[in-house]
Design a protein around this ligand. Structure first.
Ligand code: AMP
Ligand code: ZN
Length: 458
């Protein structure tokens, strides 16, 4: 099959091919578990789920690793501010581990409600401190790091390709930048690999390292965990679009400086969900969580549908009206599915159309349009049912649950029904009644409905 994906590194849609046969190594940046994921965050995981399901649909075997950030993500991406986990633990008067557990469980519950397949490996930053320290030690041996009073930094001037990925304009590279209290970085783009605990104050989470007691910077966890679980090179790396200039640029710098090899062949990023015209975010306060939707009587899958109506590289402005439309769509779909017979064979023409759409850089709006066309098509309903179930391997809207689970109608019964229709058209009611009784004897009943006669098993 011919799967094409937009590769951020190349800025174009290109044919996807894994490094090894049909095995795909997929790494996706996971949540920072200091709070509930908002529905903007969940858009990222729905997009990644569609990607993963599409890979599987195409016959690839996927090994999917996702990190759980439970340390080191500061309130500012520029290595400033406080650790989000520590702030929350203090606020809720709990340990960081308790906070991480609470919001990881909630995250898993939300993703399950959205039919998102769990990663093969879901691993916490704090379970991989040793690996992160080892990673930094290797960078040190190769001369990529330096130390300031507040931590250990990656020297981006030593990685000449720095910023190429994001097409960054790095005029200020040599200018240096203040971190705080007069501590200076060598280059404005340098970033923390390890931060020291404040003097005279213990953090809730801190570890010994060759450079001093402290905690890992946010970016190093993804590089270290991707390498530990997937190896030095991976096929696909994903995340939200704002990760391009900082987080993913820094992951590339660290990993490629250490290995001398290309880190990921494909980089895929989803656009943001907007709310009231602005990026949905906790810090701006313009957000909703999945439970807010459920509390207003929307199904989580209506939200999944809403996300599928837009391409992953387009912004979506979330409104309650658009969610209402998706809920409406789902209700209608489920009603129609109830009228279908038990699934038999897949319609190859519709399958091909659908596959072309989804393999064209995950064109879910087009895939949904094809599903709509199929629902209206003059095709036997058992074939419709089977084809829709196949589509749902990607859409994941629980289609199977609404389709009759009874045995398919045998061909001889269908033939008799066709003969009866012929008789009726010829107004040969005697023969038509005779065929009806034959069908009855065989254990089936004809039910006349506005959309034509239907056969049901008695
Ligand atoms: P975080 O838990 O903050 O690390 O974010 C988890 C994921 O959500 C990341 O991949 C972000 O890029 C993504 N993300 C954050 N805000 C939005 C948004 N408004 N729309 C879509 N994705 C988002
Ligand atoms: Zn990451």
């Amino acid at each position: 099959m011919n799967l094409k994906l937009y590769n951020t590194a190349k800025k174009e849609v290109v044919k996807f091919k894994p490094m090894q046969n049909n095995q795909v190594k997929l790494y996706t940046c996971g949540p920072t578990v200091y709070d509930y994921a908002h529905i903007g965050n969940l858009r990222s995981y729905i997009f990644e789920d569609v990607l993963k399901r599409t890979l599987i649909f195409n016959g690839f075997k996927v090994k999917h690793v996702m990190n759980i950030t439970d340390v080191g993500h500061l309130t500012s991406d520029a290595d400033l501010g406080e650790d989000k986990m520590e702030i929350r633990a203090a606020k809720e008067n709990k340990t960081v581990t308790e906070i991480a557990k609470k919001y990881t469980n909630q995250f898993l519950k939300d993703t399950k409600r959205l039919n998102i397949i769990e990663p093969d490996i879901l691993t916490k930053a704090t379970s991989n401190i040793k690996e992160q320290i080892e990673f930094i030690k290797k960078l040190e041996t190769k001369g990529f790091i330096y130390q300031t009073k507040d931590g250990v930094y990656f020297n981006t001037a030593k990685f000449p390709r720095y910023g190429n990925f994001a097409r960054l304009d790095i005029k200020g590279l040599k200018a240096g930048a203040r971190i705080k209290n007069g501590i200076k970085k060598k280059n404005i783009t340098d970033f923390a690999l390890w931060k020291f605990s404040p003097q005279n104050k213990s953090r809730l989470q801190e570890w010994k390292s060759p450079w001093g007691v402290g905690f890992p910077g946010w970016h190093i966890e993804c590089s270290a965990m991707a390498m530990k679980y997937l190896g030095e090179q991976i096929d696909i790396h994903c995340g939200g679009i704002e990760h391009i200039p900082v987080h993913h640029t820094n992951e590339i710098a660290q990993t490629e400086s250490l290995t001398g090899k290309k880190f990921a062949n494909f980089w895929l990023h989803n656009e943001h969900l907007l709310f009231e015209g602005k990026k949905m975010s906790k810090s701006k306060g313009n957000y909703a969580i999945l439970q807010d939707l459920v509390n207003k009587n929307y199904c989580p899958l209506a939200y999944r549908h809403l996300i599928l109506t837009a391409h992953y590289r387009s912004k979506i402005n979330f409104t309650w009206e658009s969610l209402q439309s998706s809920q409406h769509y789902l209700n209608n779909l489920y009603r129609k599915l109830k009228d279908l017979e038990a699934p038999t064979n897949i319609d190859s023409v519709y399958l091909e159309k659908f596959t072309l759409a989804i393999n064209n850089d995950l064109d879910t709006p087009q895939a949904l349009a094809i599903m709509q066309e199929l629902l209206k098509a003059e095709i036997n309903s058992d074939i419709k049912a089977a084809t829709l179930i196949k589509f749902d391997e990607i859409l994941a809207l629980n289609i199977k649950n609404y389709i009759s689970k009874t045995e398919p109608i045998p061909q001889n019964i269908k033939d008799l029904l066709a003969q009866r229709e012929q008789a009726r058209l010829k107004k040969d009611f005697k023969n038509s009644d005779f065929i009806r009784s034959q069908i009855l004897e065989l254990g089936y009943e004809i039910k006349d409905s506005p959309s034509g006669p239907k056969i049901v098993k008695i």
